[in-house]
Design a protein around this ligand. Sequence first.
Ligand SMILES: [Fe+2]
Ligand SMILES: [Fe+2]
Length: 332
Amino acid sequence: MISITCPGCRKTYRIPDNELPKDKPVDLLCPACNTVLTIRPGSGTSPSGTPARPLFGPELIEKIVRTSKALPPMPRIIARANEVLSSENAGFREISQVLETDQAIATRVLRIANSAYYGLSVPVTSVQQASALLGFQTLLELITVVSSSRMMGKRLDGYNIEARSMWKHSLSVAVGARALSDTYYPELVNDAFMAGLIHDSGMLLLDSYIVKNQKTFNTLVAQGKTLQDAETEIFGFDHASLGSMYLKNWKLPANLIHAISYHHRPSDSDDDPLACILHISDIMANSAGGPEANLVTDQAALAGIGMEPGDMAPMTEEVEAVVEGIIESMET
Ligand SMILES: [Fe+2]
Ligand SMILES: [Fe+2]
């Protein structure tokens, strides 16, 4: 299958290989705007007889956001649970009805609710019991964890990251961001957890493009460049900007999108505390063996939330222990 984007109107067409001659170029007219599109054998696309210019910067972001299938739309159960939780009359029945629509999720939610992280003294066996003991917000957190594990737990060939390691990193940043906001910005606790889980979703979207530029990417990283600097050099943007552009479709709160966009450069975020929290949590998770290479701590982020650098190591250990516990409870 060949994919061709018309340079005149930006429409993309997909044409089966067997409908094209194998040994000579063919000219087609764009049905929408009549621009001549020349397709050369074996070379993908070449509009109007000139070599196809690789897309860069905002044009490429727009294309990825429009066409990528690497991330699903916002999982329905998260959207529904958010709706129920934001309605004033939400009760046990409403929230358990949401979960009853997906028994597999309900079972996994209960399994994590019983993990050491949530510290329940008695094991819970029903969603109603869990919501009574843990509260609605925590239940939403559990639903989010369960429904995003499959989405974030993917092997990334270009970045060379295993599925389990990607999921563990996402969960570590969520738990770390929650712990940081618990201490420094309690009002951000729920946004911090959700933002942490999906902060690197841009990497999922960009991975197949990294594969196409594998040699250059590997060379830049081997030279000591951070992932985001290597990405910016090749594509004109990094996974943080790309992820936040995509997640606008999820209709998440604007502060959450803003923080994801700046998680590697919180100094440019207008002192946004959530961006600082995500950044510090990301550094902690990567120092414990996470997948992002050559990261540098932005000291302004520590100052931004009033954290002492020496407090990072003990918190990293605590977060690691919690994450191992949650992952274990999800795998058994
Ligand atoms: Fe990142
Ligand atoms: Fe990260």
